[in-house]
Ligand binder design. Structure first.
Ligand code: PLP
Ligand code: 3DJ
Length: 432
């Protein structure tokens, strides 16, 4: 019986979970047969914590720390500006882009590392609208990550509201809203709150059948979801360096632009690094004919180098195994949770079907904020998303099934003894 089967049975008949004999295999057995268990040694993690927030900020790979030191001491420290050539700093956006590309199912030359997801969305959305003149509508999802919607609103303001119409729809209405007026379909694959995952291939086909272009935000996908952007004929995508890719706080993001668009597209943040020949210092802007045209200013070498090193963690892993382990961890967590009477007041808000999920689970509870603070105080680092969601991320390269047992034991005590009701756990923070 698979872990999902156990979870499904428990949900059908909760008395099974409450019974004396667990239907779940024990965590130690699951850890022993985990093909990714050796990857944990490549990360620096505090010994007492269980980190269930790698979907917001990945932990530090050993190689990232070493690279940061080398870039500071040997490259910047010793070789100064000569490092642009000597250590190939100038090529880093493309080098890192090409390292990310296999995780996206993208052939080389279509991915570049730069800026933030928000800035990259602005660039690709403008470019996509330029490639689809005469059409007014941008379709997106109401509970998309807000920055995606803000970028559209900012661009609307710039272009004049009358020219572009943003239609934000509930998830179930999106496909039906695609018609010949739609210029761009802009979606995030994995929803940051619920963990629901869209079918990129199907929605891309549906949008393109009406002549629309697609942009996918892969912030919660890259490094954990198997992706085939080339095969799915995706037009543009953006994604994040600091979540599953473990590139560190504020790590640069990336752009994917299908090769077929490189010649015709124009992106609006024209800057010298995106020029065909930056070091000719010409007063006229001629964009690079390739993916480099998405660059604007000088790349952040320190953080991009760290991301470059962090990506080496993926050198010997099969992304399908990563996704499978993420699902197994989540299924185990959800099923084991049902075995603790004190955890029954939390309601799962993530779909059960594997095909409809990313690598996180969302639980609804009116006291989610305080519970999350209390969990963190007990060394279980989870996430709260307003108004009432407790979010657990299952990043498979360093988490074990035994970690989940540890987390759930602490969680059960917190709920049983209502420790979260203590005033110190109800103090709002700037960053939640
Ligand atoms: C889906 C999604 N898109 C975009 C962002 C924002 O990315 P950035 O801060 O790099 O602009 C996030 C998270 O911060 C996110 O979860
Ligand atoms: N990017 C973040 C930050 O700078 C501070 C705190 C959290 C974040 C996040 O990544 C939020 C995240 N995208 C989310 O899914 O909620």
């Amino acid at each position: 019986m698979s872990l999902l089967d156990v979870l499904t049975q428990y949900r059908k008949d909760p008395s099974l979970a409450a019974g004396p004999a667990s239907l779940l295999p024990d965590a130690e057995t699951l850890d022993q047969s985990d093909p990714l268990r050796h990857k944990r040694d490549e990360f620096l993690l505090p010994a007492q914590s269980v980190y269930l927030d790698g979907n917001s900020l990945g932990p530090m790979p050993v190689a990232a720390r070493q690279r940061a030191q080398a870039v500071l001491d040997q490259q910047w420290g010793e070789d100064l500006i000569c490092s642009w050539n000597k250590h190939s700093w100038i090529d880093l956006p493309q080098t890192v882009g090409d390292k990310i590309a296999p995780l996206l199912g993208a052939a080389p030359g279509q991915v570049i590392c730069c800026d933030s997801v928000s800035i990259n969305l602005f660039k690709v959305l403008s470019a996509a609208l330029g490639l689809n003149p005469g059409r007014r509508k941008i379709v997106s999802q109401r509970d998309n990550f807000p920055t995606d919607l803000y970028v559209v609103q900012g661009l609307q303001q710039l272009l004049g509201d009358a020219q572009r119409e943003l239609e934000v729809l509930p998830e179930e209405e999106i496909e039906g809203a695609l018609d010949d007026q739609v210029a761009v379909l802009l979606l995030t694959q994995v929803n940051f709150r619920s963990g629901y995952a869209h079918d990129i291939a199907r929605l891309t086909r549906a949008a393109q059948a009406h002549g629309a272009l697609v942009i996918w935000d892969l912030a919660h996908s890259t490094g954990v979801m198997p992706l085939e952007l080339d095969q799915w004929n995706v037009d543009f995508a953006v994604g994040c360096g600091y979540k599953y890719l473990n590139g560190g706080p504020g790590a640069p993001a990336f752009v994917y632009a299908a090769l077929r668009h490189h010649a015709a597209l124009r992106q609006p943040v024209a800057g010298w690094m995106g020029h065909q020949s930056p070091f000719e210092f010409s007063p006229e802007y001629t964009p690079a004919g390739d993916i480099r045209q998405f660059l604007a200013g000088t790349p952040p070498i320190l953080s991009m180098s760290v991301l470059d090193a962090a990506l080496d963690v993926y050198r010997d892993v099969d992304i399908r195994q990563v996704k499978q382990k993420a699902l197994d961890l989540a299924d185990y967590f959800a099923a084991r949770m049902m075995e603790f009477p004190s955890l029954q007041s939390l309601e799962l808000a993530t779909p059960l079907a594997h095909i409809e999920r990313g690598a996180q689970l969302a639980y609804v509870h009116p006291q989610a904020f305080a519970i999350c603070q209390c969990l963190i105080a007990e060394g279980v680092i989870a996430d709260f998303r307003a108004p009432n969601i407790l979010r657990f991320g299952f990043s498979p390269l360093y988490l074990s099934f035994r970690d989940l047992d540890k987390a759930l034991e602490r969680f059960a005590v917190i709920m049983k003894e209502e420790l979260y009701a203590l005033p110190e756990f109800n103090v709002r923070k700037k960053v939640t």
